[in-house]
Design a protein around this ligand. Structure first.
Ligand code: SF4
Ligand code: FE2
Length: 635
């Protein structure tokens, strides 16, 4: 429970308006859920068969086994494996759509370009495909063939996307544990089977299967999705724009894209520009597109589209009364948006066959008809603008300048200004000499159990002060963007002295005329693969295991099953991964022990739970310092 709902001033202002307008938000619904079920919170409720539900008494006074005999350890471990498998399924489904899009683009069946031939060649070469003399379309089809080969692999061989992209030392660790995925669909199916009634009752075996799901997520989900999307739409390069709801404009048609997949939103951005004269014809100055959650991050990274807000304030965006249309694709979309839209003039538009919300308008999205769908959506926004009630409009005047677009290629590009032959060398040298103590990746969501953004911001302040470089994705990136940590002024304000000096030097060399931001925006949640690529590149450059690097990860305010699967992948990479909200595992001492201590012995990485931001930062720094000591680096 908490008194302050958000530290975001725009959200605070709109919460007052929501109250005046009689709008119920996620925070009121959360309050109405109190007290939440203690069994569920501890992971001690099993509903895997209909003899149940069964629950274990955490105080040892009631039942200590389910009807079938499953213990607390078994129930908690099974529940966790199912959650992580669900997170992985979401990312693999996303990646599959992107593979299909690249295939159809290469076959000329859809009107999507292959924008980044350089990236296509780099990925082909990583997979052992020779690009020499091949047309991009033909080469893309070969890459797609490997991806489909993994998706449908019926042999017992490891997925190629894993063996081609993982750090070498890691592959050996995973192989020794027998957790290298063969085929994502098969692994996810197996996890569902393994956890159904009367199946696996060994918590250790269940946790190893969970680690395998982490690898499914990391490679068949995140990495595959990012690779396909970069080929189609381009690898991000630095862009300058703004973040927070103040990017909405009173005299423009405001169209928000929300969700996770850029296949439609890229088209919407394009058509919003093309159809601008139609907006002018109804008295607006144009169409302003802005993003929520990761669809927002995707079009920010590649097109410089401003960020509207992150997960927890999605409802409040509509409460501005200035959003003419909100178009959603998949994941992290609150069903309540429909009800709230109905109190304003906002057109809520669903687009995917697996995401329909009663009360929303459904404009079906198919790759073959993407342009038509995008035009229809932009026109619906323009039509809604005419229905906007000026008396209901309040756009909070908050926006922060941000520099985003830091793909690994962009980071290497900036560093390459210091050392063209070995772009990673300046970063590594500064880590070795201690100017940069280490790198922390902050990722993941907002969670209504935490004051919105506070954990992201307060923890990162402490990290930066201690000369830790921060890279961010997802709603964490939104939070840090809104807090002014993604611009040069943020470096002056928040970075410790040695980190500041390095960021100034890189900024000068890269021709920014100002320091690099202290937090580098690396993209959406699937773009955590970029962080994985950076870690892999650093490990390969130094010839060490990724588990040895002074690198850590944190999901300060996780809410989604995807956050658990991404976190599990990070742990499998050997990285200490902090969670600021306790996942439902405390009902089992054994599982909790394994996740936070035992796993480190076999896999190198572990989960670290700390619910206080400063303490979490100091804990991560301590972990990084331990790794520095083990590498023989000066403190
Ligand atoms: Fe109960 Fe076992 Fe059925 Fe779970 S699988 S609901 S613990 S009987
Ligand atoms: Fe996301």
């Amino acid at each position: 429970m908490h008194n302050v709902r958000s530290i975001d001033p725009a959200a605070q202002e709109l919460l007052k308006k929501a109250y005046r307008d009689g709008i119920e938000t996620v925070w009121e619904r959360y309050d109405k859920q109190q007290p939440q079920c203690g069994f569920g919170s501890l992971g001690l409720c099993c509903r895997h068969c209909i003899q149940g539900p069964c629950r274990i008494d955490p105080f040892g006074q009631g039942p200590d086994k389910g009807i079938c005999g499953a213990t607390a350890d078994v129930i908690v471990a099974r529940n966790l494996l199912r959650q992580v498998a669900a997170g992985a399924a979401a990312h693999v489904d996303h990646a599959y759509d992107a593979v299909e899009a690249l295939e159809m683009a290469a076959q000329g069946k859809i009107d999507y370009p292959i924008t980044d031939v350089g990236k296509l060649k780099a990925i082909a070469s990583g997979l052992g495909i020779d690009s020499e003399g091949k047309e991009p379309d033909a080469l893309a089809l070969e890459v797609v063939h490997v991806a489909y080969g993994d998706m449908g692999n019926h042999h017992n061989r490891p997925m190629k996307w894993v063996s081609a992209h993982a750090p070498k030392q890691r592959l050996e660790v995973w192989e020794s544990l027998g957790i290298i995925p063969r085929n994502p669909d098969r692994e996810i199916r197996e996890a569902m089977h393994q956890t159904t009634m009367g199946m696996d009752a060994d918590p250790v075996n269940l946790l190893l299967a969970t680690a395998k799901q982490g690898l499914v997520d990391g490679y068949a989900g995140l990495k595959l999705a990012t690779d396909m999307q970069d080929i189609l739409f381009g690898t991000p390069a630095p862009v300058v724009t703004e973040a927070n709801l103040g990017v909405l404009k009173e005299d423009y048609v405001n169209l928000i894209v929300h969700g996770h997949v850029p296949l439609l939103s890229e088209k919407i951005v394009q058509w919003a520009k093309t159809l601008s004269p139609e907006a002018e014809a109804v008295g607006a100055k144009g169409v302003q597109v802005a993003g929520i959650c990761c669809t927002g991050n995707e079009v920010l990274m590649r097109q410089g589209v401003p960020l509207a807000t992150n997960y927890l304030a999605q409802e409040l965006a509509i409460v501005t009364g200035a959003v003419d249309a909100m178009v959603v694709d998949v994941q992290c979309i609150m069903p309540s948006l429909s009800q709230i839209s109905s109190c304003y003039h906002t057109e809520l538009i669903t687009t995917m066959p697996i995401v329909k919300i009663p009360g929303a308008t459904h404009v079906p999205f198919a790759l073959e008809k993407a342009d038509e769908a995008a035009q229809e959506i932009v026109r619906k926004a323009i039509a809604a603008y005419a229905r906007r009630d000026p008396n209901k409009v309040h756009i909070p005047d908050y926006r922060e300048k941000i520099i985003a677009g830091f793909s690994v290629e962009a980071i290497a590009g900036a560093l390459g200004k210091l050392d063209a032959d070995q772009p990673l060398k300046p970063l590594v040298d500064n880590i070795v000499n201690g100017n940069i103590v280490g790198v922390v990746a902050t990722v993941g969501c907002n969670n209504v159990k935490v004051t919105q953004d506070i954990f992201h911001v307060e923890m990162v302040k402490e990290l930066l002060k201690n000369n830790v470089l921060v890279v961010a994705t997802g709603c964490s990136a939104h939070a840090l963007a809104k807090a002014g940590m993604m611009n040069s002024e943020g470096t002056e304000q928040y970075a410790g002295s040695t980190l500041k000096a390095v960021l100034r030097a890189i900024g000068e060399a890269a021709g920014l005329g100002a320091p690099l931001p202290p937090v580098l925006h690396m993209g959406s949640c699937v773009d955590n693969s970029r962080i994985g690529d950076l870690v892999t590149a650093l490990a390969n450059y130094l010839g060490v295991d990724s588990a040895a690097l002074p690198v850590a990860a944190s999901a300060p305010e996780p809410q989604h099953e995807k956050a658990l699967s991404i976190g599990t992948w990070a742990v499998a990479m050997g990285i200490t991964t902090h969670l600021g909200v306790i996942p439902p595992v405390l009902g089992s001492k054994q599982v909790t022990e394994l996740l936070t201590v035992g796993l480190a012995e076999v896999i190198g990485g572990k989960f670290y739970v700390e619910t206080e931001p400063q303490k979490a930062a100091l804990g991560l720094i301590e972990d990084i310092r331990k790794k520095r000591r083990a590498l023989g680096l000066d403190q």
